[in-house]
Write a new protein. Sequence first.
Length: 737
Amino acid sequence: MQTQSSKKIIDDLNKSEITLAIEGMTCQACATRIEKVLNKKPAIYQADVNFANETAHISFDKQQVDEQQILDWVKKTGFTANIQQTADLFQVTDEQQRQSMPYRLIVIWLCLLPFLFGMMGMLIGRHDLMPPVWLQFVLATIVQFWLAIPFYQSAWASIKGKLANMDVLVVLGTLTIWLYSTYMWLFSSHAEHAVYFEAGVMVIAFVRLGKYLEERTKKQSLNSINMLLALTPQQVTVKTPAGDWQEMSLSQVKIGQILLAKAGSRIACDGMVVAGNGWCDESHLTGESVPLQKNIGSSVLAGAMVDNGSFEYRSTALGSQTQLGDMIQALSEAQGSKANIARIADKVSAVFVPTVVILSILTFIVNYFLQIPLDDALMRAVSVLVIACPCALGLATPAGIMAGMGVSARHGVWFKDAQALEATGSIDTIVLDKTGTLTEGKPQIVDTAIIDNSFNENEILAIVASIENHANHPLAKAFIDKANQQNLKFLSVNQVEHITGQGIQAIINNVGLVKVGSLDFVNFNLLENLANQHVWQIASIVAVSINHKPCAIFALADALKADSQQVVKQLQQDGLDVIIMSGDKTSVVNYIAQQVGIQQAFAQLSPRDKAEKIQQLQSTGKKIAMVGDGVNDAPAMAIAQASFAVYQGTDVAQHSASARLMGNSLIHVDYAQKIAKQTLKNIKQNLFFAFIYNCLGIPLAMMGLLNPMIASIAMTMSSISVLFNALRLRYYSTKHE
């Protein structure tokens, strides 16, 4: 019998994921319909459709279904889908920049112009400026049954999918107006005063205009991917085999070719400097605006700005294979994911349209029985249909997520998905690993005591580094790096011998037998005045003897990152509890906690202990984010509500984390929680605007205070207001930036 754990392993092996670009969605109900159809399929584990950026992220069982079958399922719902690749993302921006006004929208507004002149005439008492009724009929018919065909197609597909969308409301409302006006024109003696052809045309015109503006805002302003795509130059200068320089398109460059980077230009691809030097601003990936020096052998990243200097670099990765390409793919997937808060809007949208249709019918019936004139009762019912289109509600959450993801990417924080961003926005406690998170993650010489005054500190350091150059233990690198920093000359070493668990010894010409290792190995006791100093109590001690005579001791410790103290203070000022959890010994952990100002610290914890401690804290109601860099942090990161893998952390840590910090600074944790909280605030504002709009608009329409034309304008403005509120988030910056 198959156990639950073995089934999960099999499911994970069979699980595959794709991201689809969806064409033809007009509102959140469209996205909900696609989700509903796909999630009913046994082979689909989860399908999330994002209306704002028109994508679907789908996880499925590759043993039961292939990608083509999924595309066919989407097609049956009335939409077109294509598999989205990172390479496709690099090509989409030019097409978006060339986006022109749709011809249908232009023709609709040309048909509306005669009505607009007539309505302006009415404002000054000139009823003769309104087109004759027969022309009104012709123009309204062209709009209703030709130019509005996409509305009918979308509405019919929606009805077939058993989930009505906003286009159902538009079609019902405008068709009702057209039928009523046509009937009055043909059979009423007061046709010129009883037709409302202009109302139907205006509703369609404003709804179509709203969709166009909404589309432009989503694709050109709200989506940060376009901003990232613009970072790479289209034309580059490449060295030919003959040694000359030639201008060519970036798309023609191949891996291994040498490119020229000048001050003021951007790096076109990932590569390595082979000649020259300069300074590059890599803030687009790291969030740190401090330029980095680039010399021969230095790596460069696509999109980096050359601030100063000029150099040649060999391309090592192009397009979607660059770190920038990976970021674009990660951002696209994250923006396409769905936050839990979005489920509220989904549930409301699923029942909203049928409810509105019922309210519209009730409006007509109630007004008719209240002896309101038939045409007024009808216009009120139509106004309810038009004012209630739930576009703003569907846009509220995904628009905020898109903007928030872009801001976080600009600050060097890559959230894995919308749920990670949402979870980070509600945290109240930060748990920090010590080694590699608060500290540099590598031992450094923090103090030195010279016992034999016949040698100075640099001479002793050169001797020790020369011997440690033949060792491979972690402390050896600290001596080698220190000697290189001070440009000390390495000495010739002979007869190197490693004594397991104690140290290393060797012969150095003109010096003698040198021993480097533990205090016992060199037969030396720590001086009392040093033993009482705190730094020697927490440090790893390396003693040195020459010809069996103790001559020096070194204290090595993992130094704090330069800004750890500042970041911890900032997090605490932001109202967050900060805790250290480490596997290191208690004295070391307490010392680090004291240095950075953290009151609560847990030491000597195994990976399982860390995870259990976080679980215990979360059971008390705390909402915790874990920050770590190593394999030992992975279990704790997986169980925490949110988690961050620090820059250049292990692959396991990055896989377990809900977000990656791309800069070598803990300040990015502060950026992440600030941006996430601001994003949640923005989403709640959007939802408020959407809900309050419908709560106020529908009763006003039912009472006859809004005619269909005003309702269509108001409906359009509600969607635009939500988008612009989300767009405002794009310009948010932290206090530190």
